[in-house]
Design a protein around this ligand. Structure first.
Ligand code: NAP
Length: 283
C-alpha cells in the first residue's frame, strides 16, 4: 500500500516491515502496522493487554460491547509503557450521540483521548452524517486524534465524503485471504484511507485450509502467522485478537520472514468472500 512507510534494506518485492513500522494516515499522523483486537478479550483483560504491551504490541482496538474497555484502561495505567506510545482505537455505536458517547467511552476506559474513533457500523438510515459531526466535534476538542468508519461500503464512504466534505482516515472491515476485495482495496489506496482488517484470523475457522497450511509449512510458520503477514505485506492493518499468551507471542512473531510473490498470489486466490460474521461491506 502506498501509505506504508517502507524501510531501508527491503529485500525483493516484499516491504520490509518491522515491529516498529507505521502506516501513514491522510492526516499525516501514523499508526502501527499491527494491533491487538479485544472483542471478548475478557479473561484477565488488564493482565493480557499489559502482557501484549510488554511483547511490543502498540495498538489496541476496542468498542463498548467488547467487554474490554475498563481492562484496557487498567493495563495502560500499569505503566508498562507511556500512554502516548500506545495507539488506542475505540468506536461509537450507530444509535449513539457520537460526541457524548466519545466522552462516555473515554471515561470508561479512563483515558483523556483516543487516537482513532470509528463509527462502528453505518446506521440503518443514511450514512451517519450526525455521527460524523459528533466525532468532528470530539476531535476539535482534542478527545480524539483521528476519525474513521467501520463496516462501510465504498458507496457509503463516498456519500459520507460528499455530505460532510471529509473522507474517513480508516475503514475497519472484515478481511482475510478468504474474504477480501480488490475493488475496496484499490478504492482505499486511491483515497488514502487505511484499511484495517478485523477478524483477520477468520476467528480461527479457516486455519485448517490446505493451501494455507502448505504455505505455512514452506515458511516454517503457523497458518495464523501467514494470515497476519499477508496483511502486513499488502499494507492492510490486521487486528488479531488473542487472549492466550502463547497466541499473543505467536501473532507478534511475524516480522522475521517474508512470503514470496507466488505464495502471496496463492493466498489472494483463496478469496471466496468468506465472512465469519456474515456481513461484508462489498460484493
Ligand atoms: P480473530 O482475530 O480473527 O480471531 C480470534 C480468535 O482466534 C480467538 O478465538 C483467538 O483465541 C484465536 N487465536 C488467536 N491467535 C491464535 C493463534 N495463534 N492460533 C490459534 N488461534 C488463535 O477474530 P475477531 O476477534 O473477530 O477479530 C479481531 C478483532 O477485530 C476483534 O477482537 C475486534 O477488536 C475487531 N473487530 C471489529 C469488528 C467491527 O465491527 N469493527 C468486528 C469484529 C472484530 P484466544 O482468544 O483464545 O487466544
Amino acid at each position: 500500500m502506498s501509505n506504508l512507510k517502507r524501510e531501508a534494506g527491503a529485500a525483493g518485492s516484499a516491504p520490509a516491515v518491522s515491529a516498529k513500522s507505521v502506516v501513514e494516515l491522510a492526516t499525516c499522523r501514523s499508526m502501527p502496522v499491527l494491533g491487538l483486537g479485544t472483542w471478548e478479550l475478557t479473561h484477565d483483560t488488564s493482565g493480557t493487554v499489559a502482557y501484549a504491551l510488554q511483547l511490543g504490541y502498540r495498538m489496541i482496538d476496542t468498542a463498548c460491547d467488547y467487554g474490554s474497555q475498563p481492562g484496557i484502561g487498567q493495563a495502560l495505567r500499569r505503566g508498562v509503557i507511556d500512554r502516548r506510545s500506545v495507539y488506542l482505537i475505540a468506536k461509537v455505536e450507530e444509535s449513539d450521540d457520537a460526541y457524548a458517547a466519545t466522552r462516555k467511552y473515554l471515561g470508561e476506559i479512563g483515558v483523556e483521548y483516543a487516537d482513532l474513533m470509528l463509527i462502528h457500523r453505518p446506521p440503518e438510515e443514511g450514512v451517519g452524517v450526525a455521527l460524523w459531526r459528533g466525532l468532528q466535534r470530539a476531535r476539535s476538542e482534542g478527545l480524539v486524534r483521528d476519525i474513521g468508519v467501520s463496516n462501510y461500503s465504498i458507496d457509503q464512504i463516498q456519500t459520507l465524503g460528499r455530505e460532510t466534505g471529509e473522507l474517513p482516515t480508516v475503514n475497519q472491515i472484515e478481511w482475510s485471504p478468504f474474504g477480501h476485495s480488490d475493488v475496496m482495496l484499490e478504492f482505499c489506496r486511491k483515497h488514502h484511507i487505511v484499511l484495517q482488517a478485523y477478524s483477520p484470523l477468520t476467528r480461527a475457522a479457516r486455519l485448517g485450509d490446505k493451501v494455507l497450511r502448505a504455505i505455512a509449512e514452506r515458511h516454517d510458520r503457523t497458518p495464523v502467522q501467514i494470515l497476519i503477514r499477508w496483511n502486513l505485506q499488502r499494507g492492510t492493518v490486521p487486528l488479531p485478537k488473542a487472549n492466550r499468551e502463547d497466541h499473543l507471542r505467536e501473532n507478534f512473531d511475524v516480522f522475521g520472514f517474508a512470503i514470496g510473490a507466488e505464495d502471496m498470489e496463492a493466498l489472494n486466490g483463496l478469496n471466496e468472500h468468506y465472512s465469519a460474521l456474515g456481513s461484508l461491506p462489498y460484493v
